[in-house]
Write a protein that binds this ligand. Structure first.
Ligand code: PAF
Length: 299
């Protein structure tokens, strides 16, 4: 397939570096310097101490015809990307944002494109404009947002590397809720504590705080199967133990975080339900302060 990947962050580089093994891939970046660097050096991906180079096309400005476009930008850049995508002929577009705030934007988007939604369970760190570390091998689960999934995409995305599986699922809403739960348990705490994901299950005090966030989120989202979900959150911490969560990476690099897409979404829901969520509220306010302070270090 001819695949366009929108966004040159950690997840964009990771997806491009694996998908290019089976497909013709173009990465769309915001900055021209990044596109130039990717064209010159390819994408260097390091996984389990081994580095390999993947060659892909790279450009700014989303133009061309693709069998599939994959949007990997953070939620706060989504509106700009949707405006650009509105100018294209109908495409099949897969969205890989954290949180659930983007669902509302997609529901309200009047478009002829066919939309798909996915969740990323990989840990990845962008080391430079063309280098990415695959710090946690997970999986990408995806489903059809409004349309039936095209059989050719399902088949083509099944052909992926062992370290980068893309699995089709019918229940995308459940997937997103469960991923939101993972993100609200892992991202704010790792950022506030300045620790890698694994610390949350290695230190009992951190684990206790994570459980408090878990209980509040599960109740807001009315999720059944609490035991399975707690085990799932723990498994993601284990699989991505060496990873700095994306929120921690954002704070360290002085970038805007996904606080609103993750905590903001849940706090709004809690407010609508008239439920008090003291831990999530505390995380949200503390992160807001941290965002303004911009601590640029990670020991
Ligand atoms: O946002 C992240 O960092 C990732 O979604 C995850 C799975 C929590 C791993 O760090």
């Amino acid at each position: 397939m001819n695949i366009g990947i929108i966004g040159g962050g950690a997840i964009g580089l990771l997806c491009a570096s694996y998908l290019t093994q089976y497909h013709d891939v173009t990465v769309f970046t915001r900055r021209n310097e990044q596109a130039e660097e990717i064209r010159a050096f390819g994408i260097e991906r390091t996984v389990k101490g081994e580095t390999c180079q993947a060659s892909v096309h790279a450009q700014t400005g989303i133009t061309g015809e693709f069998d599939l476009l994959i949007v990997t930008v953070k939620y706060h850049h989504l509106q700009d990307v949707l405006s650009e995508l509105s100018t294209l002929s109908p495409h099949r577009i897969l969205f890989l944002q954290n949180g659930m705030a983007h669902l509302l934007d997609l529901e309200n988007w009047k478009t002829g494109h066919s939309l798909y939604i996915g969740v990323v369970e990989h840990g990845a760190m962008k080391m430079s404009d063309h280098e990415v570390n695959h710090t946690g091998i997970g999986i990408i689960k995806w489903g059809a947002f409004q349309h039936e999934a095209a059989a050719d995409i399902k088949k083509a995305l099944n052909e992926t590397s062992f370290h980068f599986q893309m699995v089709y699922m019918d229940e995308w809403k459940k997937l997103l809720q469960e991923k939101l739960l993972v993100n609200v348990c892992i991202n704010p705490l790792t950022t506030l504590l300045h620790v890698r994901n694994g610390a949350l299950i290695q230190n009992p005090s951190y684990e206790y705080m994570m459980k408090c966030a878990f209980e509040e989120a599960v109740s807001i989202l009315s999720l059944p199967e609490k035991e399975r979900l707690w085990a799932y959150v723990n498994t993601v911490c284990e699989n991505t133990a060496e990873n700095q969560s994306s929120m921690l990476q954002d704070i360290v690099k002085g970038r805007q975080t996904e606080r609103k897409a993750i905590l903001g979404y849940l706090l709004k829901k809690a407010q609508a339900q008239g439920v008090a969520v003291p831990h999530l509220t505390f995380f949200d306010r503390s992160l807001e302060v941290l965002e303004k302070k911009q601590t640029k270090s990670f020991e």
